[in-house]
Every structure is written in C-alpha cells, then in structure tokens.
Design a protein around this ligand. Structure first.
Ligand SMILES: C[S@@+](CC[C@H](N)C(=O)[O-])C[C@H]1O[C@@H](n2cnc3c(N)ncnc32)[C@H](O)[C@@H]1O
Length: 298
C-alpha cells in the first residue's frame, strides 16, 4: 500500500485514482516544470504528490492546470481553493445515514454555490458505495449508499492542505482537448483517461453522461501525436491490454503494476497491470527534441 509522503493528498475517493501507481509515475515526471497539466484530473493523486515533492525541494512546477469533465468535482475544487472555511462549515450538516444519503442524492443543484455543491459532493463521495461517482444518461448521480464502519466525512487538515496546493492552479471544467493549448517543451502533461475496458466485467467509463468511447480514445491519440510533434513532454497511463499496446504502438511503452478498484464486484478485483506511455524517441536528434526527451532518460 502506497502512503502519501507529505501533507498533500486527494480529497475525494476516485475510481482509477492513481495512488498505487505513484512511484512508477513519479519516475517519469521531470524535476522542473513550468506548467503541469492534468486534463483528466479526477482525484489528482499525482498533482498532490508533486506538491509533496516540491515541499521537499525535490522538484518544482510554477503553475498547474487541472481539468475534468465533471463539474460537480470542479465545483468542489473551486470551493476548496477559494473558501475552505465555508466548505468545512457547510459539511457540518452531513452525517453518515442512509435516509439522509438518498435525500441528498435526489437534490437538484442548479443555482447552488460552489461551497454548497462541494459539500454535497464530498458527503456523497465519502458515503456512497466504493466512492464511485457514476451518473445515468440524464447526468444524475446514481450510486447506492455504501456500508462503512465510521466514514470520515470532514477531514479539515486535508481540506486546508488541498486549499494551499490549489492556490496556484487554474481549474477548468471541460474536455481534455481544451486543456492542452499553447504548451511548450518546458511544460508537462499527465493523461489519465478512463480506461479502455480490460474485460466486459471490469469496464468503468461512466464518470460523465457522455461516457468515454473509442471515438474519444482516438481523439486522445491524435492529441498525443500533436504533443509529440510540438515536443511537449507527456505521460499517459492506461490498462495493459493487447488493445492499448496496439493503440499506443508508436509511442514508448513501459509497464507497471498497480492494484485497481474498478470492478464493482469485489471478488474480481486484483492486481491489474498498467501501461505508462511516453513520447516516442525522436528519430533524428535535434537540439529541441533532445531537450524535450532528456527527462525521459534521467
Ligand atoms: C481515470 S480517471 C482520473 C483519475 C486521476 N488521475 C486520479 O488520480 O484520481 C479519468 C477522469 O477523466 C474524466 N473524464 C472523462 N471524460 C473526459 C473528457 N472527455 N475530458 C476531460 N475529462 C474527462 C473523468 O471524469 C475522470 O475523473
């Protein structure tokens, strides 16, 4: 089990969260980054770990962009970033109770402040089954109540630390493609999309009502080619399958093990191999491409 190495860590439980993979991922992240970008932020485990690394003076990034399609998640991050005290106060109305859970789950949040949405989001995330955030075709959260001994709904220390970490972050709700405009070789992009299904029983892509299908995987592939061409360093993680090895064959592929909690059926969870995909090595080394790829071999 990987333990976070400092005061910064994810504030939500997230399917596909990258805690277990952090040591393998960190090995490929350059020490000096101008803009660090996570277009599929989710729980942003790597971002928070980079903040810990920075605290220890083991690497720096000047600013960051965290983007995700899930605006409930982003509303929560905005509240943590701008007004952690009000968010902590707003969380005081919640407690672990199944009637309250279903009442809150049914609420419509149009017109709510980020603080109210953020508190509702944290409550549902902490008390729902497996910390899943899954929505139906109308975009409504539909995960059942989860059975826990004594779930912690408010973790004030963690929320205040996250607020500090998010201070120099640009938060964006939207598609991954819009988060990576105008980047250069001094920046770094970590792509952690919903997984290509490992099997028919361990498919989870319903983070948003649009899902993430083969067309999105192809758009992502096109983006990786654009980043490569522009010498923008990046790293992608995905399940290690025949399909993903084929999909990313033109890039540098490294394998890593991680335990993943994707399968709703607890008995089928196990150690799933993951792929780490890096830019392809340049054919002809020019000064610019050499610089962009040096980090990979540090
Ligand atoms: C595997 S999870 C990321 C996990 C994250 N790295 C962590 O540590 O928790 C994938 C994320 O992509 C988001 N997502 C799905 N489709 C998207 C899209 N088209 N654009 C941006 N984000 C998207 C989901 O909401 C989900 O949070």
């Amino acid at each position: 089990m990987y333990k976070q190495t400092g005061k910064y860590g994810p504030i939500v439980k997230w399917v596909g969260g990258k805690r277990q993979l952090l040591p393998s991922l960190l090995a490929h992240v350059p020490k000096r980054i101008a803009t660090y970008v996570e277009p599929f932020a989710g729980g942003a485990a790597l971002f928070f770990e980079l903040c810990n690394r920075q605290e220890r003076n083991e690497g720096t990034f000047e600013r960051a962009i965290l983007c995700d399609q899930n605006d409930d998640l982003l509303a929560c991050y905005r509240a943590v970033q701008r007004d952690p005290s009000s968010l902590i106060d707003a969380l005081a109305i919640y407690h672990y109770d199944s009637d309250l859970f279903y009442e809150v789950r049914a609420q419509k949040t149009q017109g709510w402040s980020d603080v109210a949405r953020g508190a509702r989001f944290i409550f549902l995330n902490r008390t729902c089954f497996n910390g899943l955030w899954r929505v139906n075709s109308k975009g409504e959260f539909n995960v059942p109540f989860g059975r826990y001994k004594n779930p912690r709904i408010v973790d004030e220390k963690r929320l205040r630390a996250a607020s500090e970490a998010l201070a120099r972050v640009e938060l964006r709700t939207g598609d991954f493609d819009d988060a990576v405009k105008g980047l250069t070789k001094n920046d770094f992009v970590y792509l952690d999309p919903p997984y290509v299904p490992v099997s028919t029983t361990s498919n989870f892509t319903a983070y948003a009502k649009e899902g993430f299908g083969p067309k999105d995987q192809r758009r992502l592939l096109a983006l990786m080619h654009r980043l490569s061409k522009g010498c923008v360093p990046f790293m992608l993680s995905n399940a290690d399958t025949e399909e993903t090895r084929g999909l990313y064959r033109e890039f540098t592929i490294r394998g890593a093990s991680a335990s993943r909690l994707v399968n709703a059926d607890g008995t089928k969870r196990g150690l799933v191999r993951e792929l780490i995909v890096l830019p392809r090595a340049p054919r002809k080394k020019t000064a610019a491409t050499q610089q962009a790829f040096d980090w990979e071999h540090e």
